[in-house]
Write a protein that binds this ligand. Structure first.
Ligand code: SF4
Length: 214
């Protein structure tokens, strides 16, 4: 075992400390249906949750289901989602995903990761979140930029590649944390283990963290 890697026992003890530190950790994207969450996740790339939470209700007020989004004028979708950034691609992905949901899944959001990852703008991270949030299915761990960075720093994973990090985490993390780990590390990554300037002196796991790359 590399001296920069935590043992399975240490990892789960650290997660327990962070779980207690962030009892409010949960998905910060608002949604009232699985389709809204899918669209919110497409828009969330390189965008704040607050901005996505403002735009999604506006989009769904005009286009309330997959069929209407599939039939919408692409330029109108792009105009509505413009403030989320990368609006040309995101608008196109929303329309293509809605079309796929109508044509391939009978207007329902699929509940298998192999199917979800075929939707435009939806990768493995977002698929894990959709499965956990909408179907109560836990098949993996959603690794986003915060999970990736903090996992490497703390010594949870050797790799920096999200897919490999997920595989490493799945082997070591207690299954009861699969669902919450993303939210816990997102909260920690935003509050204390910040990308450019981690606040190690006030971190609740400072004595246990390997501080890789710090
Ligand atoms: S001790 Fe520093 S590097 Fe480690 S988790 Fe805390 S803030 Fe991040």
């Amino acid at each position: 075992m590399s001296r920069n890697l935590q043992t399975k026992k240490e990892i789960n003890e650290i997660i327990a400390i962070l779980d207690k530190t962030y009892p409010e950790a949960k998905c910060r994207l608002n949604y009232t249906s699985p389709l809204e969450l899918v669209v919110a996740l497409i828009l969330a790339a390189q965008c704040t949750d607050d901005m996505v939470n403002k735009v999604v209700p506006i989009l769904f007020k005009k286009y309330s289901n997959a069929e209407s989004l599939a039939n919408a004028d692409l330029s109108d979708i792009q105009k509505i989602v413009k403030s989320c950034g990368f609006y040309l691609t995101k608008g196109k992905n929303i329309k293509l995903t809605a079309t796929s949901i109508v044509q391939n899944y009978n207007n329902n959001i699929p509940d298998r990761i192999e199917e979800l990852t075929t939707l435009y703008g939806i990768g493995r991270k977002s698929s894990n979140i959709i499965l956990q949030e909408c179907f109560n299915k836990v098949v993996g761990i959603a690794v986003d930029t915060h999970v990736s960075r903090t996992s490497k720093r703390i010594g949870f994973t050797k790799s920096t590649i999200p897919l490999k990090q997920e595989q490493e985490l799945i082997k070591k993390v207690d299954i009861k944390y699969f669902n919450k780990l993303n939210h816990i590390l997102v909260f920690h990554g935003r509050a204390i283990c910040i990308a450019r300037s981690p606040k190690c002196s006030i971190c609740p796991i400072q004595d246990r963290c390997k501080k890789v790359g710090i």
